[in-house]
Design a protein around this ligand. Sequence first.
Ligand SMILES: Cc1cc2nc3c(=O)[nH]c(=O)nc-3n(C[C@H](O)[C@H](O)[C@H](O)COP(=O)(O)OP(=O)(O)OC[C@H]3O[C@@H](n4cnc5c(N)ncnc54)[C@H](O)[C@@H]3O)c2cc1C
Length: 295
Amino acid sequence: MGLATSYQLGKRKASVLVLERFKFLNQQGSSAGFSRQYRIPYPDEYMVNMALEAQPYWDELQTHTPKTLMDKVGTLWFGDPNVHSTEGNIAAAEKAMDAAGVKYTTLTSKEVEDQYHFRNLPSNYTGLFQADGASIDLVATLETLHDLNLKSPSVTLKEFSPVYQINQIDGIFHVTTPEGTHLAKKLVITPGPYINNVLNLLNFKVSVTYWEMASAYFKKKQNLIFNTLPGLYFRKLSEKTEISFTDSRKLPGTTLVTSVWHLILLLNHLQVLISAPLFQTLRNWLIPLNGLKIT
Ligand SMILES: Cc1cc2nc3c(=O)[nH]c(=O)nc-3n(C[C@H](O)[C@H](O)[C@H](O)COP(=O)(O)OP(=O)(O)OC[C@H]3O[C@@H](n4cnc5c(N)ncnc54)[C@H](O)[C@@H]3O)c2cc1C
């Protein structure tokens, strides 16, 4: 969201500074991993409309890269139409799409089996297929946005710049990172799951719910690029947090430095031990040793 916002603001010739706590294109926020689904079926009408409004921005972004950002495979959604899940509810999504005039196909349980090769589905299941749904190439999307921002004369990108203080003095925001304080008339705050850490700096918070989600990627071809896999995994087990480090890069001589760096990131993430200036010093010391893009 931050890179998309700065890109759009840069196009309007607004002077923009983007402050990123970790490295750009990191694996520590919501935009980790390889892919995302783009879909129009949402149970809320405003979400359906937002998905539709996003389309021209996707089309414009696509003109800047030869890589396919959205693979339009369509959205197939099936199950018990009365079940309300974190992803929504089929019946409500159909209603919201009807209100927005979005075309889709409804399917019976048998049609889902016949057309999409599922087996033994409960007979009360219904399905819907919406043809504009797509699989988003997340890495290509982020890289394209990052490149566009790098090229924009209006945008300055600063990574490893965690914002830890925000004051508003005479209508001007004073935003402090370990490197110093930046002044701005306007702030766009897009810290993803860290939202309340940042909003706390402005003395308010929003009510958000975080839920644990298991996700898996399945190999389509042999030559998947493994060096962009996240190297740090968290798993919360009751009151204890179990942490395992996995260096997926397997490059000689880098594991120790990478692990030390992950430990620092973790401590920084957990907001213990590491003060912001010390974090910055350690970063400056470790990154050249490694010579890698460590996330
Ligand atoms: C497993 C998973 C699957 C998902 N699937 C889908 C899907 O299929 N379709 C879909 O539409 N959405 C999906 N989502 C949601 C979607 O990925 C997120 O909504 C989106 O990535 C959010 O992007 P963002 O830029 O808002 O946040 P982020 O990508 O988290 O970016 C926020 C950035 O702010 C930085 N930051 C935080 N605090 C500070 C600070 N104090 N100072 C400086 N920088 C800071 C962080 O380091 C981070 O880089 C999924 C999310 C997850 C986790």
